[in-house]
Design a protein around this ligand. Structure first.
Ligand SMILES: Cc1cc2nc3c(=O)[nH]c(=O)nc-3n(C[C@H](O)[C@H](O)[C@H](O)COP(=O)(O)OP(=O)(O)OC[C@H]3O[C@@H](n4cnc5c(N)ncnc54)[C@H](O)[C@@H]3O)c2cc1C
Length: 371
């Protein structure tokens, strides 16, 4: 009876259900091909499908990456003062409400007694006791390193171990002495002053080829790039006349076959500059200094195993009610009063604040229920 009622209620949703199934199962290439014929336009959209997983945009399931990155998007935004300004704003808002913040403070252990957390132990040995602990640290680190396994069901531990968290993207930070000048850009035709955010991927095949190289443990000979110039909109980020160009690109697998990133990093940079020079001639001559960040660096810098910018792949088996793992996709955990609120949870990475907001909602629900 219940099933019939459900079917009746959603009898007109057939079209939406098909759309959702398409978005979840199709390749980004086929998905975009439903609307566009032009390769340039297709590649522009398919670029979004390169963020989140470890397969190219011709693979089934990649349409979802594209859709998830474009939901609600009205353009690219830059934060005045750099991304750190967002953290500063959140901190200021919390402090105004009495929140205390400790930076550079390493949590060694989440304390648990009788199945319930009662605080954390810092590397210094100090214990901070609390009625609730909320972790935005990657799910693997939170539960495999910080919580004693005796407090966790075996099945949960296995699921967390299976959470795929290897990154494939690199970030390249450049200080330059002039703005990149793109051959293909026309102020007149676009009505835009300057493309402070761009996608460099001329064809769908170009994107797929970049993943093809990485499939076998190597990096792309011709990486796709998204150069953005935050100093164009925020001059405080660079000295007068100079600029900061930040590239995200791919593909750089976490692990290399018969080599390592210390050895190969300089070649990745040369490959990226060669692509950039094709589309913005003279770019490499304008570079004063640069820094490459690979998944290994991300792992080391912020204690994020695998260095995936989304904490973990956004594949069908790691999204919605299965993120980070089945049965614990509601921001709770097997330990009472220990919550998860980071990119490892639904809906995944990006500076969206959505996982945090959802977690807060669930924590408040439990709080009210107990009160
Ligand atoms: C290279 C890169 C580029 C990105 N670009 C974009 C972008 O352009 N736009 C966008 O929207 N998103 C981007 N993202 C994604 C976005 O930054 C993340 O999804 C988001 O920051 C996740 O926030 P979080 O709070 O969930 O987790 P995190 O940012 O991972 O925060 C977890 C924090 O916990 C700390 N930590 C770890 N272990 C411990 C410990 N034992 N004790 C104490 N602290 C600990 C870490 O140092 C880290 O600061 C990018 C991510 C990366 C890595």
């Amino acid at each position: 009876m219940k099933t019939l009622g459900f079917a009746w209620r959603y009898r007109n949703a057939e079209r939406e259900v098909y759309n959702l199934l398409h978005a979840l199962s199709m390749s980004a290439h086929d998905y975009v091909g439903q609307w566009f014929e032009n390769d340039l336009v297709k590649a522009k959209f398919m670029f979004w499908a390169t963020i989140g997983g470890n397969v190219g945009p011709y693979s089934p399931g990649t349409a979802f990456y594209l859709v998830t990155h474009l939901i609600g998007q009205t353009g690219m935004s830059f934060c005045k003062g750099g991304m750190g300004a967002i953290a500063d704003a959140i901190a200021a808002s919390g402090e105004a409400e009495g929140m205390e913040i400790q930076c550079d403070t390493w949590v060694e252990e989440i304390l648990v007694r009788d199945g319930r957390t009662y605080g954390v132990r810092l590397r210094s040995g100090e214990e901070i006791h609390a009625s609730r602990v909320v972790s935005n640290v990657n799910v693997k680190r939170t539960f495999l390193d910080m919580v004693d396994r005796s407090h966790l069901p075996e099945e949960f531990v296995e699921d967390v171990e299976g959470f795929r968290a290897r990154g494939m993207g690199f970030k390249l930070l450049c200080a330059v002495d002039r703005l990149p000048q793109y051959k293909g850009f026309s102020q007149e035709k676009t009505g835009v002053d300057y493309p402070a955010y761009a996608h460099i991927c001329p064809t769908p095949e170009f994107l797929e080829q970049a993943f093809h190289d990485a499939k076998f443990g190597w990096y792309s000979q011709e990486p796709f790039l998204s150069p953005n110039v935050p100093s164009y909109t925020d001059p405080t980020l660079a000295p007068e006349g100079k600029h900061v160009v930040v590239f995200q690109g791919g593909v750089t697998p976490y692990e290399l076959r018969n080599s390592d990133w210390d050895r190969e990093g300089p070649q990745v940079v040369r490959n990226a500059f060669a692509v950039m020079d094709r589309f913005a001639p003279g770019f490499s001559d304008s570079v004063i200094d640069h820094k490459l960040i690979t998944p290994k660096d991300i792992e080391a810098d912020i204690n994020m195993p695998g260095g995936n910018s989304q904490h973990g792949e956004l594949t069908l088996d790691q999204i919605f009610f299965m993120r980070p793992v089945p049965r614990y996709a509601d921001y709770r955990s097997p330990v009472k009063c220990l919550y998860q609120c980071g990119a490892s949870t639904h809906p995944g990475g990006a500076v969206s604040a959505v996982p945090g907001q959802n977690a807060a909602r669930e924590i408040l629900k439990d709080w009210r229920w107990r009160a």
